[in-house]
Design a protein around this ligand. Structure first.
Ligand code: FES
Ligand code: CO
Length: 351
């Protein structure tokens, strides 16, 4: 019911209840993560969560701003407030804050009384790209955003999939996204083809990027009514996956016989250690499939993945390779676990 009398200075950037270890939290906080669609952020403050941290987002003529969604006065949720004249206004007692976090007005304080300097929001780095709002909780990002020119170059139909929230860790989601083995078994109503032996493949590891390419036999059952795909048909495709640490992946799906190319960009945003908001953008380079059909098909695929991934136990991804059994087709998963460990993740046992 009470916080300790001597509590000052005990507050670090990582929330005390966080399911991430101290060290994992610090590493993940140093990366950019998407936290909202651009369309979700308006001049009405919008609250979300990243790495267990409550985050408020709001839009002013200067762009999108992000801050800890806790008012330093009485710890109210700023996402319950408003935006007025470019300032974030707390709905509880009307304190106003500028984008850099500084308190600029306290209605109950006489105008000639100085505002305490300590009265400052924790503002976060924030930027918009690919139709998403990205936040970094650390002052110094360890890496930039993924470079995905195919979303921005205007050459294909771009479909932004409504984000879903999975009760799974971001790392389990990413691993599933790059897992070829599950396709014939899970994706039986969408694109899963016949059971096939997956030939060994190489994974190229280059700094923060892991990539591999493999042939895939698809049987596409549904894309959309007008696309000519309605009847199941076998496609021989080449998939090229590129994962950018920690939780961004793209897959290029190329059908050499038909000359078509689709790309799916996928980012798992770690809301908590066991909850992930999935942001996905699909690009059809041939411009033959309407965006609504691309979204519908992707959501059907996600629904098939979801039932298995949320049931994986533990939800945390084992970074000790001895904890699960691997086959040659799991090369990407093995390299992903190694790369996450090389970042320093999973280094401490204690929470
Ligand atoms: Fe925000 Fe009082 S709690 S102004
Ligand atoms: Co899948």
């Amino acid at each position: 019911m009470f916080l300790p009398v001597k509590n000052a200075g005990a507050k670090g950037p990582r929330p005390a209840h966080s399911g991430f270890s101290e060290s994992d939290w610090g590493i993940l906080a140093s990366f950019w993560h998407p936290v909202a669609l651009s369309s979700e952020v308006t001049d009405k403050p919008w609250g979300t969560t990243l790495l267990d941290v409550p985050v408020v987002l709001y839009r002013t003529p200067e762009g999108v701003s992000a801050a800890r969604d806790v008012c330093p006065h009485r710890s109210a949720r700023l996402s319950l407030g408003t935006v007025r004249d470019g300032r974030l206004v707390c709905g509880f007692h009307g304190f106003e804050y500028a984008a850099d976090g500084a308190c600029t007005r306290i209605p109950a304080l006489a105008a000639d009384t100085p505002i305490p300097r300590k009265l400052c929001l924790q503002a976060y780095l924030c930027q918009e790209r690919y139709g998403l709002v990205w936040v970094c909780l650390s002052k110094v990002p360890r890496a930039g955003l993924p470079e995905w020119p195919h979303i921005e170059d205007g050459s294909g139909i771009v479909a932004v999939v409504p984000p879903g929230t999975w009760n799974a860790s971001a790392a389990r989601h990413i691993e599933n996204f790059t897992d070829l083995c599950h396709v014939p078994f899970i994706h039986t109503s969408t694109f899963g083809g016949p059971e096939v032996v997956i030939e060994p493949y190489e994974v190229q590891v280059d700094g923060m990027k892991l990539a591999f390419e493999a042939p895939v036999v698809e049987r596409v059952r549904y894309v959309g009514e007008d696309t000519g795909y309605a009847q199941p048909q076998l496609n021989h495709a080449i998939y090229r996956y590129e994962t950018i640490l920690p939780f961004s992946t793209s897959v290029k799906v190329h059908h050499p016989e038909k000359g078509t190319t689709y790309r799916v960009f996928d980012v798992g945003s770690p809301v908590t250690a066991s909850t992930t908001r999935i942001f996905q953008i699909v690009v059809d380079e041939g411009r033959t499939v309407p965006a609504e059909a691309l979204i519908d098909f992707t959501e059907r695929i996600n629904g098939e993945d979801l039932s298995q991934v949320v049931a994986q136990s533990p939800q945390a991804l084992p970074l000790d390779l001895r904890d699960e059994i691997h086959i040659p087709a799991d090369r990407m998963s093995v390299e992903y676990r190694r790369a996450l460990a090389a970042l320093g993740l999973g280094a401490d046992m204690a929470r």
